[in-house]
Design a binder for this molecule. Structure first.
Ligand SMILES: Nc1ncnc2c1ncn2[C@@H]1O[C@H](COP(=O)(O)OP(=O)(O)OP(=O)(O)O)[C@@H](O)[C@H]1O
Length: 245
């Protein structure tokens, strides 16, 4: 099990994430929902030590994730803006696999298999820069899967994707969860999240407002969201285009 315990990150502005705790088990698909600026990316970056935490710890099977190559068992699928620009997707995948301590031959074999499956074999020597947004996301998923991680954290993986690629992506996440992978996903696509998650976390201004199991086809993210946050979902836009007569 992966445990995020009491993680806080405070920026000088007062923004950040406050005392965040969450347990992720194998086969979980946890949806992390919050408005723009609520702290979703800050949380993920704090977990992966991109941001220095002010407090808290992250444990994998009761051991710090920063010890004993534990981080190799967790894949961070970041926001597109930080994808590497100057290296081919294949080289990056092998480099990542080596950092995770994987045997090069095995990594190469898994990479070839995954590139075939994800229709990317002819793009294997291209950089992320040369791929479309959808291909970039698929390529990052390939890179993640080469090392067969136990947990995957995805920051808005389906943003900018067309409908069919989004459906495909969710199908893959479900399949990975069935295989035992624990998944945490941030997304603004609440209708799509509802189809795949078994647990919902809602944050607002860095504070956790909701952290409970979620039952697809029964619970509604929108209804829960309106109930637990102070966000005014129904604003009055009635006068935004009234011409003077
Ligand atoms: N490096 C930073 N320095 C200072 N403030 C930051 C930094 N990174 C994020 N913030 C602030 O922390 C808050 C949370 O930002 P964050 O990017 O985590 O939000 P988010 O929930 O991921 O938003 P979005 O849905 O728009 O991606 C925001 O107010 C943001 O301005």
């Amino acid at each position: 099990m992966l445990k995020i315990i009491d993680v806080s990150k405070n920026f000088k502005t007062g923004d950040g994430i406050k005392n965040f705790s969450l347990e992720i088990k194998p086969k979980d698909i946890i949806g992390l929902v919050g408005d723009n600026g609520s702290g979703k990316s800050t949380l993920l970056k704090s977990v992966f030590n991109e941001y220095k935490k002010d407090s808290g710890e992250v444990l994998l099977n009761d051991e710090s994730i920063y010890q004993n190559q534990n981080l190799a068992k967790i894949c961070f699928f970041p926001d597109q803006s930080v994808y590497p620009k100057d290296i081919s997707i294949s080289k990056f995948a092998i480099y990542d696999a080596q950092l995770c301590g994987m045997d090069s031959k095995e990594a190469q074999e898994r990479l070839e298999m995954l590139l075939e499956k994800f229709d990317l074999i002819e793009y294997k020597d291209k950089t992320f820069f040369e791929l479309s947004a959808g291909m970039q996301k698929r390529a990052f998923l390939v890179i993640c899967l080469v090392t067969q991680p136990d947990y995957i954290f995805l920051d808005e993986p389906t943003a900018n994707l067309d409908v069919s690629t989004r459906i495909e992506f969710h199908k893959i996440l479900k399949l990975l969860a069935q295989e035992g992978v624990g998944i945490l996903i941030t997304s603004h696509m609440i209708n799509e999240l509802e189809e795949i998650i078994n647990h919902l976390v809602i944050i607002e201004k860095g504070a956790t407002r909701y952290n409970k199991p979620f039952v697809s086809k029964k619970d509604s993210i929108e209804a829960i969201y309106k109930k637990v946050t102070n966000v005014k979902v129904e604003k009055d836009y009635s006068n935004i285009y009234t011409k003077n007569k």
